[in-house]
Design a protein around this ligand. Structure first.
Ligand SMILES: [Zn+2]
Ligand SMILES: [Zn+2]
Length: 215
C-alpha cells in the first residue's frame, strides 16, 4: 500500500516534528519533537528498547525513562517561535494523550493524535483553526470505543463522522491521517466515503505519506 504505510508524524516548516512513529523521521533533523502520546505508532522507540538518545529536545504528556531530553507538558509553551497549547484527549487508559494547538504568526493548526473523545470544556479553547489534522482509524459513526468496567472510563478511537462533527464549528479544513484497515483495503473507495461524509462547507481530505500542506 504505497502512500499509506508510515506511522504517525508531521513536520512543520522542516523544523518541528510532532510524533515520531518511524525512526527515519529523525533524518529530517527536527529542532525539537513533540509527542501526542507514547504509543509505539507515534513513538517508535516504545516498541524497541524504549530509548531515544538523539539529544533533541522532546516534549510529551508524561515522563519516559528512555528520553533524557524530555520535558513533560502541563501548560502552554513556546519554542523557536511556535506556541503550543495542549488540549487533553481521552484515548487510552494507560498513556496520557494530548492534542496541540500550534500557533505561529497568525496561523493556527490543531493536531490531535488518536482520539476517543475531547471534552467540551477543553474544546472551547480551540477557537478558529486554519486546519485540523486528526485521525481516520474508523469510518463508522462511534468508531471503536471501549469502557473500563471498574472506572467507567472510555478509551479507543471515535469515528470520522464524530470527529467531523466535533471540529466543524472550529475549522473549514480537516486532514485525516492514521487510517485503519477500512481505508487500506480500498483507498479509492475510502477517499470516496470520506468525501461523502464532508459537509458542503468543509474540506475533508485524506493525507498520504509525505504529503505537504501550506497554511
Ligand atoms: Zn494511540
Ligand atoms: Zn495511533
Amino acid at each position: 500500500m504505497p502512500w499509506h504505510t508510515k506511522h504517525s508524524g508531521i513536520l512543520i516548516d522542516d523544523t518541528v516534528l510532532i510524533d515520531l512513529g518511524e525512526e527515519e523521521f529523525l533524518n529530517y533533523n527536527p529542532s525539537f519533537i513533540v509527542f501526542t502520546h507514547l504509543h509505539p505508532d507515534h513513538a517508535f522507540f516504545v516498541r524497541k528498547n524504549n530509548k531515544l538518545n538523539t539529544g533533541i529536545v522532546a516534549y510529551a504528556p508524561e515522563r519516559c525513562e528512555g528520553i533524557e531530553t524530555l520535558q513533560v507538558v502541563t501548560d502552554p509553551f513556546e519554542k523557536n517561535g511556535y506556541k503550543f497549547t495542549p488540549i487533553p484527549v481521552i484515548h487510552s487508559l494507560k498513556v496520557r494523550s494530548l492534542a496541540y494547538i500550534i500557533e505561529k504568526d497568525d496561523k493556527r493548526l490543531l493536531y490531535t493524535g488518536d482520539v476517543a473523545w475531547i471534552e467540551k470544556k477543553y474544546r472551547e479553547e480551540l477557537g478558529k483553526l486554519d486546519m485540523v489534522i486528526t485521525e481516520g482509524s474508523f469510518i463508522k459513526k462511534g468508531g471503536m470505543i471501549r469502557k473500563d468496567k471498574n472506572t467507567g472510563k472510555i478509551f479507543g478511537h471515535t469515528g470520522i463522522p464524530d470527529l467531523i462533527k466535533m471540529f466543524s464549528p472550529h475549522t473549514q479544513h480537516i486532514v485525516l491521517t492514521h487510517f485503519g484497515s477500512w481505508f487500506m483495503k480500498d483507498v479509492e473507495e475510502g477517499r470516496k466515503k470520506i468525501r461523502e461524509l464532508a459537509p458542503s462547507d468543509i474540506l475533508v481530505e485524506a493525507a498520504r505519506d509525505g504529503q505537504e500542506y501550506t497554511l
